[in-house]
Write a protein that binds this ligand. Structure first.
Ligand SMILES: [Mg+2]
Length: 323
């Protein structure tokens, strides 16, 4: 069991394309292989270009099947570093007062004290006002960091960083496009906090290019796009390069979040920073027999075999749209 979030504007995949590539290309290539021949699976699936979340879901489902077969949790099979992760919550575009109220609600309800703020609007002053309001409303003890999703130019991003110099941001992410190569390097050189690459580094090769090219100083790992096997590769690469990593979220539901949690808890490097594991909280329902929980700002790993989740068949029957 795993989840593949369709993100046409990020990866070019739709729900229909994910189902089609799994049924028509991946299944015929891998059905019949031994469960532990994961590198064979990876090589055969890798012949198809693109389709990152479909590939990632297949990979994570295989690890889940391995865990369930041998009766061990996936986070142990992957490394077994810790049993809980601090959680970071994303606050989306809104008026400053509404964003402060949402962050306060999440802090008071779940104990979360780390917040990612979506920025990238023009002019930059609207987002600067939001970040200032969040710092004033939440106090000095919470972590605030920014994600621009490439919305600003390097010049606009530099202006925002100057205007927010006293706010105590912990990191910033994709404030400007990585494809503006020299402008991006210019900005990263001047950035006073780690500059996170996310959508510009969907593969380990992209991580190598962006980090060695001076276009990033921290890497966001998302199991939704690199599964478990390639996330291990990205994490190991970053550990070898001495580049910190953060665990990101692809608007994962509960199943995807449980997968991200299992991976994040498996290694030291992926459990150092609060992980983006809370997007499922914005959804009206999920498919799990036992819902995820956040307590004291942390999510505990699931103890059961595999990724530790069970799909509620009654709910699955109610929500599925393919029959
Ligand atoms: Mg991002």
């Amino acid at each position: 069991v795993a989840e593949a979030p369709p993100r046409p504007y990020t990866y070019g995949e739709t729900q229909a394309s994910i189902v089609a590539v799994v049924e028509q290309l991946f299944a015929p290539a891998v059905v019949g292989l031994p469960l532990l021949a994961r590198e064979q699976v990876r090589a055969r699936v890798g012949r198809t270009v693109g389709n990152p979340t479909a590939k990632a879901a297949l990979d994570m489902a295989l690890w889940d099947a391995w865990g369930k077969t041998c009766g061990r949790p996936v986070h142990e099979l992957l490394g077994g570093f810790t049993d809980a992760l601090a959680v970071s919550h994303m606050v989306g575009f809104d008026e400053p007062a509404a964003m402060v109220a949402e962050a306060e609600r999440v802090r008071d309800t779940h104990g979360i004290t780390s917040f990612k703020v979506k920025v990238g609007r023009r002019p930059v002053h609207a987002d600067v006002a939001v970040v200032r309001a969040l710092r004033a409303g939440l106090g000095e003890e919470v972590e605030l960091y920014l994600d621009g999703n490439r919305g600003w130019t390097a010049t606009e991003a530099a202006q925002a960083l100057r205007l927010l110099a006293d706010i105590g941001l912990s990191r910033v992410e994709e404030l400007d496009p990585a494809d503006d190569v020299l402008a991006r390097r210019w900005l990263v050189q001047r950035c006073p906090v780690p500059y996170v690459a996310d959508e510009s580094v969907p593969t380990a090769a992209d991580v190598t290019r962006e980090v060695l090219g001076g276009s990033a100083t921290m890497i966001s790992i998302k199991t939704a796009r690199t599964g478990f096997t390639d996330s291990v590769q990205v994490a190991g690469l970053c550990e070898g390069l001495g580049v910190p990593v953060a665990l990101g979220n692809q608007v994962d539901g509960s199943i995807g979040s449980a997968c991200a949690l299992a991976f994040g808890a498996s290694r030291r490097s992926t459990s150092l920073l609060p992980a983006e594991l809370s997007n499922w909280m914005a959804m009206s329902d999920d498919l799990l027999t036992e819902p995820l929980t956040v307590s004291g700002g942390r999510m505990a790993v699931r103890r059961g075999p595999g990724t530790g989740i069970e799909v509620d068949e009654e709910k699955l029957g109610r929500y599925r749209t393919d029959r």
